[in-house]
Design a protein around this ligand. Sequence first.
Ligand SMILES: NC(=O)c1ccc[n+]([C@@H]2O[C@H](COP(=O)([O-])OP(=O)(O)OC[C@H]3O[C@@H](n4cnc5c(N)ncnc54)[C@H](O)[C@@H]3O)[C@@H](O)[C@H]2O)c1
Length: 363
Amino acid sequence: MTKTYRVASIPADGVGKEVIAAGRRVLDYVAGQSNDAFAFQWDDFDWGSEYYARHGKMMADDGLATLKDYDAIYFGAVGWRNVPDHISLWGLRLNITQNFDQWANIRPVKFLPGVQSPLRKADDTELDWVVVRENSEGEYAGLGGRNLSGRGPGNEVVLQTAVFTEKGCERILRFAFDLARTRTVKKVSSVTKSNAQQYGMVLWDETFQRVARDYPDVATESVLVDAMSAKFILHPEDLSVVVASNLNADILSDLGSALAGSLGLAASANINPERRFPSMFEPVHGSAPDIAGQGISNPIGTIASGALMLDHFGLHNEARAVEAAIEATTTAGHLTRDIGGTANTDEVTDAVINALSRSLVSA
Ligand SMILES: NC(=O)c1ccc[n+]([C@@H]2O[C@H](COP(=O)([O-])OP(=O)(O)OC[C@H]3O[C@@H](n4cnc5c(N)ncnc54)[C@H](O)[C@@H]3O)[C@@H](O)[C@H]2O)c1
């Protein structure tokens, strides 16, 4: 009997529409080759900045209640010129991640064959690490205020408060250790800033030390975020799992994907590990207004996010097949402009599907 996965598709803005269409083609192809073992039912939601222009809100009022029963969410990118970024982000993407307690954000940094890295070391060194981002609190807790504007121009005072709970720190740190145990290099690097942030980050550090005692088989290090940004460039071969707070991991994962060659390559999964809510799979990049609508966006980050979704569904062989097809595609030189090629979004997607047709048939 065919297992049908119900997935809410939210392309949202800019290149989000192009890359989600590409990712869906690949996932549908994988399902089509499964001998009716599984299929995807895609339901489209037109939420985003155009929806905002029509309705004055980023998503429907009952949007979260509607999404709650899906098996997963496949998300493009949000943000356009007509809506301030903090409204579009909080109105849609963060609304979903926060309310569905998608507290673990996995962002692998993958160096693909055939893609030139700005890092010279990448030419002759095996580099492969994953950023685990605390995705529910920290600096993006959304708490604070700006209601002292009555003091007059030039005197405004605002509070943007970071929140660190022991439970929040512990669950993401354990997640990182559990992930490290599944990898060849069993090591967790914790990113901190406890020299300057003496409350939240000290709690983070203490929790890291306590949790680490339960994983004697996993190597550890604690690195200040400024030093870690240097380490990404100078000693990335030392990294396996890098766990960091919401803001720090957000910044470091963009650095990681730039080092791998382009923001367009980076995949991401926002996971609710307890599975009380659907998890959300999306590329790391934004809506890329500078290239949107031209059909030249790199679909690989979104396709690789689809592989993370397959993993989430327990379809591990299929996930590995998609990753291998991505590697075959870049090896053969089917590259979009951001990584030095001339192929467009459709051509790269076709190449991934062609590679899959060879591997899934021969499997
Ligand atoms: N997860 C999200 O929804 C998300 C993440 C980041 C930014 N944003 C929003 O996106 C908008 C644009 O932000 P930005 O310019 O800072 O970041 P961006 O990621 O959209 O673009 C940064 C650069 O990377 C390039 N790029 C991004 N994705 C690409 C792809 N798939 N293929 C090829 N090149 C790609 C762009 O052309 C641009 O030069 C803003 O409104 C921002 O708030 C949304």
